[in-house]
Design a protein around this ligand. Sequence first.
Ligand code: KG4
Ligand code: ZN
Length: 381
Amino acid sequence: MSIRILGIESSCDETAAAIVADGRDILSSVVASQMDIHRKYGGVVPELASREHLRQIVPVVREALAQAGLSFTEIDAIGVTQGPGLVGSLLVGVTYGKVLALELGKPLVPVNHLEGHVHAVFLESHIAGITPELPAVCLIVSGGHTLLYQVQPRSENGNLSSRGFLYRRLGGTRDDAAGEAYDKVARLLALGYPGGPVIDQLAARAASSGTPPNNKDGLSFGPVKIKGNPYDFSFSGIKTAVLYYLRAHPEFEAEIEARRLALQQGRRKASDLLPLCSPETLSLISNFQSAVVHDLVTRTLAAAAETGARTILVSGGVAANSALRDAFASKSAPMGLNVFFPSKALSTDNAAMIAAAAYPHLLAGEVASSDLNAEPNLRIA
Ligand code: KG4
Ligand code: ZN
């Protein structure tokens, strides 16, 4: 008889619920994105996010149950994101999870959102019928986080879904997260929000149309230099370089204004914006992306080599980036490393990863008491 966990995620701007059996089989996964609400502000507005979670949580959970063909009583436990994240948003999920668990008389498992991102990779590899070898190095790269961990099994018994993992923090960003840099650069260039997907697509179009990279006039970005820990990251310098470059080149203003107008009219797809981007803008975007990807890949591979990892796991919203996927695939193979990514749907925030992460903790009896609270700064190591 399988153990079915209802996962609930509300740490940022996605209200999500999912049902996962035995930490590995996704029976349903529902994500209500708030993108349209936050878009006009160019980023997540915490007050609006928590209000929207309140509106969405009940219908989203009901939908997850309906898609799995289950009733509340057929759920064995509830896993809820405790942190890290926006406190008002987390509180909606935590409070709802507590009330539901009490009402149903089922255990409630507090889940670290970051641990969820690690489990997203294992969920995906399970779907593909592959088991990643451990120890691994895991890069969690999203709008809120850029972190490198060493990942090892927590116990020797059972399959990877039930064993759980031990984490050692190797490094993290000292300023902006990589996804944040994408979003800020997209804002400077009037490419819409979130910036990652559109920059990804525009850079790919530029590459396929043969737009040559332009290395003149400060457009090229050198390697990010960091003193101390070689596995730390810093992306605010790259963003600031774009800002100064645009200030020094007023000739970009007209096309930025044209794109702003297009966005206001709802034309925000890469195919809408591409005709409004000069070759110089496309090379700026490509060079920005190359710099970010190069930095993420180089530091992760160096960490893998130093720690004797067999595998690299990449998760979080930016893991959806096609240039990042290509660079990891081509550079890790010669080093004898296997790289695993979740699908794009499991890369960004979702509740299947929360239900999967809850499973080993449930088996280990790590359940919440009635005084469970949201922890906006929760860490895993
Ligand atoms: O994991 P996620 O959904 O939420 C956070 O926990 O932050 O990640 C969202 C972030 C945003 O910054 C978005 O711009 C970025 O992931 N992102 C991408 C891509 N898709 C989403 N960045 C680069 N390339 C993409 N294809
Ligand atoms: Zn996330």
